[in-house]
Design a protein around this ligand. Structure first.
Ligand code: SF4
Length: 515
């Protein structure tokens, strides 16, 4: 992030000497240093250097945001120039009815203390309606990352501490269907422990937000490498498949396809191990019981809990030999020659047995029709991925930067009058008090996250609403600028809108959809 920034256009109303007092200012400090007031750290920055966070630098005695602000362009012209849209030359749409660019919070800077308006308050039009977007880089102490790791393998006990470089940075939280979940970062680790714990936590969080791979160790559990959008690596082994379902679901899904080819199927799963002939699916097919007996606690017919310990073996258990969970066959029911399939919930592990005269399962070559269904289990598994969601609560400067009456902003967001995006990506706003947002970092631009040494995480956030609503909630109307003004007078980095995210300015439709 650090480095010499491009020369800013100084020939405008917004040149260095006329930076409005609400924007971060480089107050003269000792020698040729300037003081950055964009966050509580108040770095004293020497000429040609950047501050502690690398976001602001002293360039020719002027405090400057190092990175340009990211501007998304919705439509691409042959030359890629936004000004062509604005001049109406190459873009055949109408800028009067729809502004084809969106200013994101990435690189926008921060204002501090709280009462100062946000760095950018930008007017635009969407389908003929006057809109406004308030853009900033928020500094978040109350924030964390929720990590979904698509694997059945046991990563560690629930509530176990997750460590990075030996420091506690989070914990294992409730497992979900086919996925193990971590909660990493958060105010407790950022500010409630030692200085080192806070720094390591902050580094880890920034890397996760910026879609980099990080290594963590779970106490009493696995070593992981995780990265947004990439397959998780568990104890050095890349996970490939997310299970098709629990053992019971797998029995239910594939029962008909097994029917006639086997006399029993056991789907080994750490959660629910399924037994076909006992299961309702087998009964509906009139399959006679096989007499198999397995370890574990019977939940309901054909569904067993705790057949083994959790682990990185078959179906998220610790077994590598499937017969280790079979305690025997009832001689009153079982018959020599019975065909038994044992398979995991991903189809990665499978074994086929035939009962001998003494009702002992003997390994045998798997018949083609049975192999076909095992392969189909694998085919129905989705690729195992790591998903990284950023969860944060908007604090003082974020809300006061939008309006001098912050509770109206909160209410307007809940009333769907205001769209909240992070780097242009859609967010989920939690119900209840405050502005607690959650966003998938994979949908955000590259290097959207930063940090300050308080320590806290810096993340882009934008609030978009109708101009009339902004006025009604007490917005800083006098600070509003046009896109044209920003294009002329600010250093911007143009990024093509990828189209996977909804265009953030469509807030009017949200309200109308709600009725
Ligand atoms: S940490 Fe960054 S934002 Fe904070 S005062 Fe230093 S340079 Fe400015």
């Amino acid at each position: 992030m650090s480095g010499e920034p491009d020369a800013r256009n100084q020939s405008t109303d917004w040149g260095y000497s006329e930076v409005p007092p609400e924007a971060p200012m480089g107050r003269a400090a000792a020698g040729n240093k300037v003081e950055c007031n964009a966050c509580p750290v108040l770095c004293q920055i020497s000429e040609g250097r950047t501050g502690a966070c690398d976001r602001y630098g002293n360039f020719q005695g002027v405090l400057t945001r190092v990175d340009p602000v990211v501007l998304f362009q919705k439509v691409t012209t042959a030359s890629g120039a936004v000004t062509e849209f604005l001049d109406g030359e190459a873009w055949n749409g109408d800028v009067v009815t729809d502004t084809p660019v969106f200013l994101s919070g990435v690189g926008s800077g921060t204002t501090y203390p709280d009462y100062k308006p946000a760095p950018f308050i930008v007017s635009s039009r969407h389908e003929g309606v006057d809109m406004v977007t308030v853009v900033t880089e928020g500094i978040f102490s109350y924030c964390s990352f929720k990590i979904k790791i698509d694997t059945d393998r046991w990563l560690g006990p629930e509530q176990a501490t997750v460590r990075s470089k030996g420091e506690a940075v989070g914990h294992v939280t409730t497992a979900e269907y086919g996925s193990q979940m971590l909660s990493l970062g958060g105010v407790h680790h950022l500010t409630g422990g030692s200085k080192k714990e806070g720094r390591v936590t902050c580094d880890l969080m920034m890397a996760l937000g910026n879609k980099q791979a990080v290594e963590v160790q779970i106490e009493g559990g696995a070593a992981l490498t995780i990265q947004a959008g990439a397959a998780p690596i568990v104890n050095g082994v890349e996970e490939r498949r997310m299970r098709v379902g629990c053992g019971s679901a797998t029995i239910g899904i594939f029962a008909q396809q097994w029917f006639g080819h086997v006399d029993e199927v056991v789907v080994v799963d750490d959660h629910i191990t399924g037994i076909l002939t006992e299961h309702q699916a087998g009964r509906c097919l009139d399959m006679p019981p096989s007499g198999i007996k397995i370890k574990g606690r019977k939940s309901t017919p054909g569904r067993y809990f705790q057949v083994a310990n959790p682990g990185t073996g078959w179906g998220g258990t610790d077994i590598t030999d499937p017969l280790s969970i079979v305690t025997g066959f009832d001689p009153k029911i079982a018959k020599p020659g019975q065909r038994i399939l044992m398979v995991s919930t991903t189809g990665e592990d499978a074994a086929y047995f035939v009962l001998d005269e003494n009702l002992r399962p003997v390994p045998a070559a798997m018949p083609v029709p049975v192999r076909k269904v095992v392969d189909r289990i694998g085919e129905n598994c989705e690729p195992a991925l790591t998903t990284v969601l950023f969860l944060a609560g908007a604090g003082g400067s974020l809300r006061a930067g939008v309006t001098d009456n912050p509770v109206r902003l909160t209410r307007s967001i809940k009333d769907l009058l205001v769209a909240v995006t992070c780097g242009g990506a859609p967010t989920y706003v939690w119900p209840g008090g405050g502005i607690t947002v959650m966003v998938d970092v994979a949908r955000m631009p590259e290097n959207a996250f930063g940090w300050v040494p308080t320590p806290a995480i810096v993340a882009p956030i934008e609030f978009t609403m109708r101009l009339a609503d902004y006025g009604a909630l007490g917005g800083h109307m006098e600070r509003m600028r046009t896109v044209e003004d920003i294009l002329k007078n600010e250093r911007v980095r143009l990024v093509s809108w990828d189209g996977l995210n909804p265009w953030p300015v469509g807030v009017g439709e949200r309200r109308e959809a709600r009725g």
